[in-house]
Design a protein around this ligand. Structure first.
Ligand SMILES: [Zn+2]
Length: 258
């Protein structure tokens, strides 16, 4: 394994201060929002409601205790109930790890768990997703959510992810995706943050994926199962766990195998 920067053990006072502040906030909010209307499957807390979140302050979205959003809660339920993540010895690569999931996955004793990012300081290895330093067939599981929309050559990144996945492995590769839009919209001439936000939904997004995202993954070699997991769970659970986001993103799970 060449060109890997290891960042474990780096002490960053600012980071630890922010963690302490977050922990205090979590305790205060858990008391303030105590109740039984909604439940968070990530921390098992029950509350009278969730907090607003996002640019447009989506109501009832963020857990007051562990700060999970709808997509984290949905994915954690899926990982628990529909994968072998909690039961088998697996080597896992988690790109740009969302702390809401990282704090749960890192505690699983059955995993050889590696976190990765292009440049974030608190991951275990720095990895360019379009030129990954790991050998072919290295991982049983890859988790890479809300990353590919930031990558210029996302097709190359997908081929790299496919290359390092083991033959009986699986990957979850979620992106912001407009379910009512068939074709991915991208235009390399759109470079200003304002235009990107207007056209692609965020200042650092390079495209707006449509339903053909599945085809793009298949072109890279993946077999893709698009799972409408919200529908399978049913409306009572969706309401209890607040899994449906009020924005226009599609919440289907893109479960990829080799
Ligand atoms: Zn929670």
């Amino acid at each position: 394994m060449n060109n890997v920067k290891t960042n474990l053990g780096v002490t960053q006072p600012k980071y630890y201060l922010s963690q302490i502040a977050k922990s205090c906030l979590s305790t205060v909010q858990s008391v303030t929002y105590a109740g039984n209307q909604v439940t968070c499957p990530c921390c098992n807390g029950s509350f009278r409601k969730f907090l607003p979140a996002g640019i447009h302050a989506r109501q009832n979205a963020e857990c007051p205790k562990c700060f999970s959003l709808e997509r984290h809660r949905l994915l954690w339920l899926y990982l628990q109930n529909h994968t072998n993540l909690l039961s088998e010895k697996l080597k896992v690569l988690h790109f740009a790890p969302e702390f809401q999931l990282y704090r749960l996955i890192r505690k699983l004793p059955n995993l050889d768990y590696i976190t990765a990012d292009l440049s974030a300081p608190r991951v275990m290895v720095n990895v360019d997703i379009t030129d990954i330093q790991f050998e072919d067939n290295s991982f049983d599981v890859i988790i890479c959510n809300h990353v590919l929309e930031h990558v210029t050559d996302d097709r190359k990144a997908m081929r790299e992810l496919h290359r390092i996945l083991r033959h009986n492995g699986w990957a979850i590769l979620q992106v912001p995706l407009v379910g009512t839009q068939q074709e991915t919209f991208e235009d390399p001439s759109v470079v200003s943050p304002e235009d990107r936000e207007r056209l692609f939904g965020q200042k650092d997004h390079l495209r707006l994926y449509g339903r053909d995202y599945k085809n793009r993954l298949e072109e890279a070699g993946f077999k893709v199962q698009v799972d409408d997991y919200l529908k399978k769970l049913g409306s009572a659970k969706c309401e209890k766990y607040r899994l449906e986001s009020d924005d226009s993103n599609c919440e289907d799970i893109y479960f990829c195998t080799k």
